[in-house]
Each structure stands twice: as structure tokens, then as C-alpha cells.
Design a protein around this ligand. Sequence first.
Ligand SMILES: Cc1ncc(COP(=O)(O)O)c(C=O)c1O
Length: 412
Amino acid sequence: MQSFPTHKTTRHNNGQHPQDDRRTGASTRALHEGVRRDHAFHSLTPPIVQTAAYTFRDTDALIAFKSAEATERLEYGRYGNPTVWAVEERLAALEGGEEAILVSSGMAAITLSLLLLLSSGDHLIIGDDTYHRTRVFVNDFLSRYEIAVTTVPTSDLKAIEQAIRPNTRLIVAETPTNPFLRCVDLSGLADLAHRHGVLTLIDSTFATPLNQQPLLHGIDLVIHSVTKYLAGHNDLLAGVIIGSREWIEPLRESQKLFGAIVDPSAAYQVHRGLQTLGLRVSRQNLSGMKIAQYLESHPKISRVWYPGLTSHPDHKVALAQMTGFGGVISFEIAGDRAAASRFVDALQLAKIAPSLGGVDTLVMQPAIMSYFNTPIEERRSLGITDQLIRLSLGIEDPEDLLADIEQALEMV
Ligand SMILES: Cc1ncc(COP(=O)(O)O)c(C=O)c1O
């Protein structure tokens, strides 16, 4: 019988800047980083340890475990699982962090980290263009615990610094954001936050660890909705929090209370999805650039947001810290909501759905998806117009996606 794996990981990248990390390509990294060579039973893949509890041979074995003499084993499913650990090790290594904690969804990653890091009386700064539900949680839920919140433009470092108060504990931002792909200068953000003794947390879902590594710029914690690019197949929900052991260990302890765990089978599917992350993301980067350029030149499109385009307000920042710009493009149809819906309905390959980052191309009008019940004034103040469309490219051939978009635009 092989020894029981532990969740302790080692840092795989000695804090190098991502631009210096040219040792291996994206696909090799996605396939090999953080992957152990000694799975139980000599299995090539991590075995799915599908159990709710772990047994003890006898009372002496139980006492040895409880007195922390036998550390390389487990007691109960909510306290840890070897399949989950195998995925956590991979994600920590890919992101250049010491440890990762896999949780049941991207929202669980956000809520768990914020609830643990913040105490009543603290102040939080958050970027304005963030995932809708993250903002709802921060504005409507955290206020119950007397946590003050200031919302600032995501890419405006000056505004972020000016918002810092003596009780500011944490700055949360997405980069690129959802849906306008705004980017914050990660090194600049980390420097200013550390100067003021404030923690930083980045939602890097849109970038993936292949296109951007916030921890290597000095950011304290990174989260992903694993549901998106990392798992990659639109068939499961999961989230991850990655950082130094100092921050992740207390989160892991809280997880025992919060219980937002991932089922071992879902964890295995994440592992499987990660094996093709490099191929998928390379294709999505390529298609993203091609299609964004095509859309920008089309007379029926009035505006395009894609960080790879020189017209994007944060293009320079994106270029400096990202190695690819991903598969999400937001754009406005020159017309009204009905014109945008005609385009969406005419697409043959893209399916109407609210997610992103997977193998299938998905499309949606935020005004009638995530923001359907948001008061119109609030929606407009966030820039979510009726004719805004978010397209999340899958791994179809770029020429076919382009042809599909071309024919759909003829219907507008
Ligand atoms: C940037 C971002 N973060 C977090 C989430 C939440 O992730 P999940 O749906 O896995 O809870 C989403 C979901 O769309 C997202 O787009």
C-alpha cells in the first residue's frame, strides 16, 4: 500500500516574475505542475477516494491520530480528501502559490475568504466592475457585520489609494473584470497595499494561471471560479483560493466549519479538465484576438472590450502582465436591445447561457441575464446597456466561429 498523501505542498516557482518564467510552455505546465508521481496503487491518475469518513484499525490507531502522532491520514470527509488534495497541489503550483483550497464554487471561494479575513469594524475596498454576485455579497450581506465598503474604479490605483482608511483591511479586485475586461496593474496594487499594510485578493478567473499569475506580482490571495476555464467543460461547479501557507491554513481550518467542500468525483473532473487547460486556453486566446479584431472593424458593432485590443483602456497594463487575453469579448451592437437579441438568436454555434471559459461557445446579453432584475438606473450606471453582449469563446475552430458571427450580424 502506498503512503497516504498529505496536502502539504512546496512552492514550485521561487517567486519569479511571470515574464521570467519561460522554463516550460503552457500545456506542459498545465499537465505537469504540481502533479505527484506517486499516487496510491501506482495509479497514473489520482484515485477518486469516494468516502465520507476514514476508518481506524483500532483504538490505539485513533488515539495516535488524535494525539497528532499519525499525521498522514484523515478522519472525516469534510476535513480533507486525497483526490481534492491532488487538485489543490496542482492549482497551487500552477498559480505559483504555496497552498490552495478547493471549495464548492467560485462564490464559496469569495465568501469564505471575505468572511474569514474581515471582522466587524473593518473596511473593504472593491473594484467596481466585478462579478454581479460578488458585489451583492459585499454590499448587501457584509453590511450585517458592520463591514464598511468603498467601491472604486477597478483600474484606478490613485482612487484605490485615496480610498484607504486606517481600518482598511482588504482590497478585492477582478482582473480582467466581468464584463468589461478592465485590468488593474497587479504590481502597482500590491506595492500600494503593502505600503499601507492592507491585504490584496484578486479574482483571476478570466485570466487563468496560464495568462496571469497575480501572486508573483506580490498579491496576497488569488481566487478562481474553477467552474470556468480551469474545469473547462461546463459540467461542474468549484472554486479555489490560493496563497501562502500563512493565509491558506486558517482558511482550511474554517472550511471544516463552513463545509463548502467539493465532492471527490467533481475534484477528479477538475483534475481531468486541467490536463487540457494549456490547449484550451491557447485556442481561446487565439480566437479571442481574431474575433475581437473582426468585431472592432464591423460597421454593425459600436464598441468592443477586449484587453488584447489597443483600443481597450487597460491594454498597456494587460500587455505588461498577461501572456494571453482569454476568450471573453464584450461588445455593443449598433442598435437597440431587440437588434442585439436578433444577433444572439441567429448564432448557430454559440449557446445562450450565463457561464464562460468552457469548451462550448456561450453568449448572453447581461441586461437580460445577470442584470435582468437590477433597477434600470443602477444597471445603466454600471455601463450595462441593452445592446451589450458578452461572448465567451469555446474551443471551436476560429474560422467557424467567425463565419457564425458573420452570418448572425447579417440578421441585425
Ligand atoms: C469572475 C467571476 N468570479 C466568480 C464567479 C462565481 O463563480 P461560481 O459560479 O463558480 O460560483 C463568477 C461566475 O460567473 C465569475 O464570473
